[in-house]
Write a protein that binds this ligand. Sequence first.
Ligand code: ADP
Length: 477
Amino acid sequence: MTRVLSVASECAPLVKTGGLADVVGALPAALAAFGDDVRTLIPGYRAVMGGLEKPKPVVEFDDLFGGAARVLAAKNAGLNLFVLDAPHLFDRAGSPYLGDDGSDWPDNPERFAALSFAAAHIATEGIGRWQPDVVHGHDWQAGFIPEYLHAMSGDDSRIPFVFTIHNIAFHGNSSADRLAALRLSDWRFTAEHFEFWGQISALKAGLTGADKITTVSKTYAEELMTPEFGMGMDGVLRARAADVTGIVNGIDKDVWDPTSDPQIKPFKTAKGKRANKTALRKEFGLSEADGPLCVLISRLTYQKGIDLVLEALPSLLSRGGQLALLGSGDTELEVALLERAANEENLAVNIGYDEGLAHRMMAGGDAVLVPSRFEPCGLTQLYGLRYGTVPLVALTGGLSDTVINASPAALAQGVATGVQFSPVTAGALAHAFTRICDLYQMPDTWAMLQKNAMKQPVGWETSAAEYSALYASLSKG
Ligand code: ADP
């Protein structure tokens, strides 16, 4: 049994902008099955403060990066939380990371340094009789934790730190003149610790200071060590290769359960998807069509390959296929999608963020599209598998590891679950659209893909066991 302090900038269902929140929200229950006791520290954003059950102050700070703050112990959706109630940093409208104008909050380095500082304080001092054996930080927002642990307790006695990379594209950089403001030791502002091309990098602090580094799929763990995917950190990761492992994400099988999902017309076999498909077409204003109804639910960014979809779309639509898309993100992509949808009968676009609709799309779609240029793990293809919605994905990162491509061999063996394409270009995606349309016209083959998909083990059992073993290997307790 390991006591773990998990530290992250988002946690479902309270606050979510992407897959990180799903993982942070689902892993504690999965680890409880192995006897591990996980408590999760998150920022007290407005949405979080409004959703807490039985909040109780357990730590007070007179001055935490510019104002008074406290840590509350609380519950939400079965999770044991610590919440950093620091109004000067987190009590504001808008997204966890961005102001209304769509750019980063200027004090993001301080905001998440404060989160990391509070984490190190809890780990070092304990809360009542509870003290973690291991601290587990997620992404750059938790990157300074080993620096503060080091400052508070010295390297020899400090509590072990596991650092998980959910997306290496975000570094949490700030200029060197913020060293004192971030309460970092200037003698550690070197390439061995957190200096990155003259800047302070929270991500690098986590990578150099962690006892163990994990990332969210085996393929991404390898990709990260290459210049193509490492985003400048590939050298740092290669130097730490012995301590890096890939542990694939699972999904919360209770939240995503086609047999009981309150957002949909529940079904046990793929046949039950029909009624959901009819309802989904209606919801998106799409008419009947001969080809597959594809769905895409995503942040709209370059990473996610949305521009490739716009380019390759004719090859889907010309075969009677349809696309229903839900997403928000880059304004240019939003505008381009809406303009295109206005001119294409079989393309429907919903700009926004809507959990319920995401469930209905998984239930009603024939295929789920994930054409990412890089994808550490990806969750939407996992939801697709569980709902018998055949994934059509780029061959990269976790998408490589979680989908079995419908190659002639895999079809002959009866093991295929989806379609993968490579390289990640509009041409290859156009070809993949043709393949998915061909497969859809072969009812027996399509039914096999759906059945195989629904049988895939997409839950947390195996991966939680891997995390649990990793914690146990570090725990001194
Ligand atoms: P990332 O974390 O890079 O955004 P993932 O595939 O790991 O990508 O996780 C994305 C998560 O966010 C999934 O749970 C997906 O369903 C959800 N999601 C993304 N965009 C939307 C949206 N517009 N509406 C509802 N859910 C969304």
